[in-house]
Design a protein around this ligand. Structure first.
Ligand SMILES: [Zn+2]
Length: 155
């Protein structure tokens, strides 16, 4: 198998806020080790693997900061104002909804969610995953990113 199998979805990569770290440019940069190919991206193993619980929410949310909830949908305030703002930013710019993700996980289960995500974000060329931050596959579309470092979803 080629290296795209590294991009397999894992439950550990779903952050408390509903972000799928497998789709994050910093995670995919690390998985594909793109700095060997002339990039200078920061690498991240994912919010949970690096022990941060949630990069987006933890400073503003004691429940997440102290690890008292696994996902935001466990909270009585779900979806709180801060999560709604984050969700709007991601829906607008990155084709991803944390709130939809969390509802899917809550209502349908993690396994079905991961399967659906793998389909939804599959690279049509190599079968890996595209990143939500640019819409590019960092396994087979690095030339596009090299040509335009600010590339965002065809813009
Ligand atoms: Zn690809």
């Amino acid at each position: 198998m080629d290296s795209t199998t590294q991009n397999k979805m894992r439950a550990e990569l779903i952050a408390p806020c509903g972000m799928n770290c497998a789709l994050c440019v910093s995670y995919q940069a690390k998985e594909n080790d793109i700095n060997r190919q002339g990039f200078h991206k920061s690498y991240c193993p994912g919010c949970r693997p690096r022990g941060k619980n949630c990069a987006f929410m933890k400073k503003r949310c004691a429940l997440i900061g102290e690890g008292q909830v696994t996902f935001c949908f466990e909270c009585a305030s779900f979806p709180c104002e801060r999560l709604v703002r984050l969700d709007k930013r991601y829906r607008t710019n990155y084709h991803l909804s944390m709130v939809d993700n969390l509802r899917f996980i809550r209502d349908t289960g993690m396994e079905a969610f991961l399967a659906a995500q793998t389909e939804a974000w599959r690279c049509p060329s190599c079968g890996g995953l595209i990143t939500c931050h640019s819409g590019l596959c960092l396994h087979c579309q690095l030339e596009t990113l090299k040509a335009k470092k600010t590339y965002r979803w065809d813009r």
